[in-house]
Design a protein around this ligand. Structure first.
Ligand code: ADP
Length: 512
């Protein structure tokens, strides 16, 4: 016995003290008495149940279950008592105030010398907090399970949704890993190239078919997609493909990233543009033939009109003279339109020839503006700045560019009567800007207006034109090694500018 324990206490009294002091509820029942009543309970059990000793002694333990009698644990306890065995169960018990508490009961049978069960000792632990935590955890698990199921369903739906889009798209699509191995191909790809999925999936892009995509330039662009995120845009491949013959394909490739996942994947979209290009070619051919066919009779008409003006007797009426002059103006206009159409078809076939000669740039600008001032008397065309350089280029075509830009500035500024032209030398370039305070152009249209036959939608009906002036200007400027661009604000006006490199007589760019 420990020296701290008072020597006058017997072991039995000591044990009683321990039981009394314990924090765990303890009850003892007498199994030899009818209905196995409680004959002892410690203070912890009183605290646990809320009942006092007086209210507890003599009762069977079941009084703690109130009306909640259909508990599986009760059967376990009954059977254990009947067999005289120990057991451990959990009960839903109710304290004196009727509040539920979960009770973990360890029931231990006490036997006499003959092996007859005389008593049961019940060790009772309130496990309400633990059960609540378990229940909360279970709820959390259930909720998590539900969310996982829901999320899986959504992912599946999204996947089905995406794959139905991918399958509907009338473009061939390939998804590749970072080493250009095909991870998936849509049906359109398989149908277009007449190949099976097994011939495609897992293969490297450059091994497909008869090596149609194994093009050094394409390889180089594809190499840059992942590290730089620079896509391959509108790259044309003309090739004799297996099964389908010679085709023209348009390739676009992008890095794909989905919420941080799959960032090392590449999506390659392949469009068969053979038919479209053939139709475009037929239109170009028609344009070229039609404008050439019209040119000859028109030149003849122009010649006759000029002859009429020359041979007209002094005595003709003013009315007659005016009719002939107007005919001349409209035939001129027609001739000019036809010349523009011919320019377009020359550009298409790469036959727009430039005749490079040295000329005084400032004089060219002044003469062009003077000509336009005479033709549009109500307008103020203000010239600012000068180049002061002899320029080597195609003067006639540059006059055409400037005329076109100023004419557009006048045409698309119905409310304003002023156009400013700025000319300057910037490093070894000449720079010309034509500024108007007209209707302006939407941001999204600024690049498109330089395309062939493109006109901004809403102005189509109000202003005459064919939408080829800027296209021709752009090509002329490009053929001089320069750039043409537009800046604009809708409702405020536009500035069209171009720069041209000043070249020396050998055609080399000069150092200014
Ligand atoms: P066109 O004038 O015959 O339509 P262009 O190629 O010269 O053909 O111009 C293409 C389009 O660009 C025009 O239809 C017009 O919508 C727009 N545009 C050109 N210049 C201007 C300008 N100064 N202000 C506003 N819009 C312009």
């Amino acid at each position: 016995m420990n020296s701290n324990i008072k020597p006058n206490l017997t072991d039995q009294v000591l044990l009683e003290k321990v039981v009394e002091a314990a924090n765990t509820g303890i009850v003892i029942t007498d199994n030899l008495l009818p209905d196995n009543p409680i004959i002892y309970c410690n203070p912890a059990f009183e605290r646990l149940s809320g009942y006092s000793r007086e209210e507890i002694i003599g009762h069977n333990c079941r009084f703690l279950q109130n009306q909640d009698r259909k508990q599986e644990s009760r059967k376990t306890v009954r059977e254990a008592i009947a067999r005289g065995e120990s057991c451990m169960v959990e009960f839903r018990n109710y304290n004196k105030s009727g509040e539920l508490f979960y009770n973990e009961l360890y029931l231990s049978a006490v036997k006499d010398d003959k092996g007859c069960v005389t008593n049961f000792i019940g060790i009772q632990n309130d496990i309400t907090d633990r059960r609540k935590a378990e229940q909360a955890l279970q709820l959390y698990y259930n909720e998590t399970d539900r969310k996982v199921v829901e999320r899986t369903r959504m992912l599946k739906e999204n996947e089905e949704y995406l794959s139905s889009i991918v399958e509907t798209i009338r473009e061939s699509l390939l998804v590749m890993d970072k080493d250009y191995h095909i991870l998936s191909a849509n049906s359109h790809f398989l149908n277009t190239f007449k190949v099976s999925i097994s011939e495609t999936k897992g293969k490297m892009l450059y091994e497909l078919g008869n090596g149609q995509w194994d093009i050094p330039e394409l390889r180089k662009m594809m190499l840059e997609i992942l590290p730089t995120n620079n896509p391959v845009l509108d790259y044309e491949v003309e090739h004799e493909f297996p099964h389908i013959g010679k085709k023209l394909m348009l390739l676009n490739a992008h890095r794909i990233e989905l919420e941080g996942q799959f960032k090392d994947r590449i999506l390659l979209a392949i469009e068969d543009i053979t038919e479209r290009k053939a139709i475009e070619q037929r239109k170009d051919d028609f344009l070229s033939i039609a404008s050439h066919e019209l040119k000859t009779p028109l030149t003849t008409v122009l010649g006759y009109v000029q002859m009429m003006q020359r041979l007209m007797p002094e005595t003709v009426s003013d009315k007659f003279r005016s009719v002939v002059d107007k005919t001349g103006v409209y035939v001129d206009r027609l001739n000019q339109l036809l010349a523009e159409l011919l320019d377009v078809s020359r550009i298409q076939t790469g036959n727009l020839e430039l005749h490079m000669e040295s000329f005084d740039f400032d004089k060219m600008v002044i003469d062009t503006i003077d000509g336009l001032k005479a033709a549009t008397p109500g307008y103020n065309i203000i010239l600012k700045g000068k180049v002061e350089a002899v320029f080597n280029g195609d003067e006639m075509h540059l006059v055409q560019v400037l005329t076109n830009l100023i004419s557009n500035a006048i045409k698309y500024s119905p409310e304003s009567h002023e156009v400013e032209v700025y000319v300057s030398k910037v490093s070894n370039f000449v720079k010309v800007s034509v500024k108007d305070k007209g209707m302006g152009i939407k941001e999204g249209e600024l690049k498109k207006i330089f395309e062939r036959f493109y006109r901004v939608g809403e102005i189509q009906k109000r202003y005459p034109g064919m939408g080829i002036g800027l296209y021709i200007c752009d090509q002329i400027v490009k053929n001089h090694g320069g750039t043409l661009w537009a800046e604009s604000k809708i409702g405020e006006g536009s500035v069209f500018s171009f720069t041209l490199p000043i070249k020396d007589y050998t055609g080399e760019a000069s150092n200014g």
